[in-house]
Design a protein around this ligand. Structure first.
Ligand code: DLL
Length: 425
C-alpha cells in the first residue's frame, strides 16, 4: 500500500512570511505597491502615459482607482513593450500561446526567478513534499512556465527533479516505476491518463503527492485521481502574465489555494462593472505584482472566476486563499443565450455512474440555432439519464453521445482543450 502523508501535516517553507500578521503583511504590500507604481511610471512609457492622471496610492484601497491591464495590452505591446528592465538585465523570457497567433511574452530578472522559486517551494512543501523527495515533473518544459517553474521551485525546496516534461506516456510510466518518485506534477487530465494506463497497479506506485493545475478540474475529478493513484492531489494555480505556477496553491489541507500575497495582491471584481467585490463573492481575479522587476503588472485582469477568503488557514498561514476556479469570464460558452462553463458539465458528468472523466463539448450552429453535443465515454452509459442530468444543471437541451473507451481526446501532457466550438470556424 502507498504511504500517505497525513493531511493534517502541512509545513511551511518560509514560516515567518507565510504566517506574517496581516497588519504587517498589508504594510509590506502597500510599500511594495508604491514601488511597483513608481517602477512602471519610470521604466515603462506605455504605463507612464496611462497613469498620468492617477496619484500614487497611499492605501491599498487606492488600487481600485487604477485601470485594468488586459491580455490585449500585452498583445498590443508585443514582444517587449511592457518590460520594465533593459534587455541586458533579463535572465529569461517565457511565453504563453495566444489565441490569435502571436504569443504573450513575459520576462524575468535573476531576482524575479529567485522569488518565483521561493513561491513554488512554498507550494511544494505546503503540499507535503519534503527535501530529498523526488519529483516527477511532467509539466511541459520550454516557453510554457509549468516545467521550468516547478523545476526551479523543487530545487529550491531541496527536492530531486526528474525533468521528464510532457508527452511520451509509456516512457513516463517506465520512469515512475523505475525511479520511484514520491511526488508528481502535471495537469490533472494527464494524471488521469497516467492512472488509466497504470491500471490496477497505480495505487502501488511510489507516488504520495500530486501538484496538479494549469487547467480546470473539479473535486470529483480530484477524488478519482487520488483514489486511482493513491496520492494526495493539491491544486496549483498561476499564469505566465503574473509569474507562472506559484501564484497560489492548496496545502495538504486542500482548503483553498493560498496566494503568495507578499508578491501578488489579489482583488475580486465584478465581470461587467469591474467593481471590487467582497470576500466570499465570485468574480474575476485581478492580480497586481508587488516585487516583479522585469514584468510588473498592475491590476492584471486574469479572466479567471473565483472567490477569496482572508481567514487564516489551519496552520496559521495568514495570506489570502482563493477558491478553485469556477470558470473563466471569457471561455464561458454562450449557447442559445445561456452561459455554460465546461466545469459545470464536468461536475455533472462525474456524478453519473459509469461515465469516465473524459468528455468533450462540441458546439455547432445550424442557421441561427446553436446545439450542444457532449461526447462521453462508457459503453454502458445510459445517455438519456446523462442528458436529463445535463439539461437540469445547464438549463439547455443537450445531446449526449456515448463513445468507445479511448475515443475522446486525452491529455498527452499539455493542457487539454475540452471544447470544440465549431461556430468559430
Ligand atoms: O498554466 C501556469 C501553470 C503551470 C499553472 C503549471 C499551474 C501549473 P498559462 O499557460 O499562462 O500558465 O495559463 C494560465 O491557465 O489563467 C487559468 O485560466 C488556467 N489555470 C492555471 N492553473 C489553473 C488551475 C499556467 N489550477 C491560465 N485551475 C489561467 C484552473 C488553471 N485553471
Amino acid at each position: 500500500m502507498p504511504q500517505f502523508y497525513s493531511r493534517a501535516m502541512s509545513e511551511m517553507f518560509q514560516p515567518e512570511i507565510e504566517s506574517m500578521p496581516r497588519p504587517e503583511l498589508e504594510a509590506l504590500q502597500l510599500e511594495r505597491l508604491q514601488s511597483t507604481v513608481s517602477r512602471l511610471r519610470t521604466n515603462v512609457p506605455v504605463m507612464a502615459e496611462r497613469l498620468t492622471n492617477h496619484a500614487d496610492p497611499t492605501s491599498l484601497s487606492d488600487l481600485a482607482s487604477f485601470p485594468f491591464l488586459r491580455k490585449a495590452d500585452l498583445r498590443d505591446n508585443y514582444p517587449f513593450g511592457l518590460f520594465a528592465e533593459p534587455r541586458s538585465n533579463l535572465a529569461r523570457v517565457h511565453a504563453s500561446s495566444g489565441t490569435t497567433g502571436k504569443p504573450t511574452v513575459v520576462g524575468y530578472t535573476a531576482d524575479d526567478l529567485s522569488i518565483w522559486s521561493d513561491c513554488v517551494a512554498r507550494n511544494l512543501i505546503g503540499a507535503g513534499c519534503r527535501p530529498g523527495d523526488m519529483l516527477h515533473n511532467a509539466y511541459g518544459y520550454g516557453l510554457f512556465t509549468g516545467g521550468l517553474g516547478l523545476h526551479q521551485g523543487a530545487e529550491r525546496a531541496g527536492m530531486i527533479v526528474v525533468p521528464v516534461s510532457g508527452g511520451n506516456t509509456e516512457r513516463q510510466l517506465m520512469l515512475i516505476d523505475d525511479f520511484a518518485p514520491e511526488a508528481i506534477c502535471c495537469t490533472p487530465s494527464f494524471a488521469l491518463t497516467l492512472a488509466e494506463r497504470l491500471g490496477a497497479s497505480a495505487r502501488d506506485s511510489s507516488l504520495r503527492v500530486g501538484v496538479l493545475g494549469a487547467e480546470p478540474w473539479t473535486d470529483t475529478m480530484r477524488d478519482e485521481i487520488e483514489e486511482r493513484l493513491g496520492i494526495t492531489a493539491v491544486n496549483i494555480y498561476g499564469l505566465s502574465e503574473v509569474i507562472g505556477p506559484g501564484v497560489s496553491c492548496e496545502t495538504a489541507h486542500q482548503d483553498g489555494l493560498v496566494i503568495a500575497e507578499d508578491h501578488f495582491l489579489p482583488e475580486i471584481v465584478h465581470p461587467e462593472t469591474g467593481d471590487v467585490l467582497d470576500d466570499g463573492e465570485v468574480g474575476v481575479l485581478v492580480l497586481t505584482s508587488l516585487t516583479k522587476q522585469a514584468f510588473p503588472v498592475l491590476r492584471y485582469w486574469t479572466g479567471d472566476l473565483c472567490s477569496l477568503t482572508r481567514e487564516p488557514d489551519p496552520d496559521g498561514r495568514t495570506h489570502a486563499r482563493m477558491s478553485a476556479l469556477v470558470g473563466r469570464s471569457d471561455d464561458m460558452l454562450v449557447i442559445r443565450g445561456v452561459n455554460v462553463y465546461p466545469s459545470q458539465v464536468e461536475h455533472t458528468l462525474l456524478g453519473v455512474e459509469g461515465v469516465s472523466p473524459h468528455f468533450q463539448l462540441v458546439v455547432t450552429r445550424d442557421g441561427t440555432l446553436d446545439s450542444l453535443q457532449v461526447r462521453v465515454e462508457g459503453s454502458c452509459v445510459d445517455t438519456n439519464e446523462v442528458e436529463a442530468k445535463l439539461v437540469s444543471s445547464l438549463g439547455i437541451s443537450v445531446t449526449v453521445v456515448a463513445e468507445a473507451d479511448g475515443a475522446v481526446p486525452r491529455s498527452e501532457g499539455g493542457k487539454l482543450n475540452r471544447v470544440d466550438d465549431q461556430r468559430l470556424l
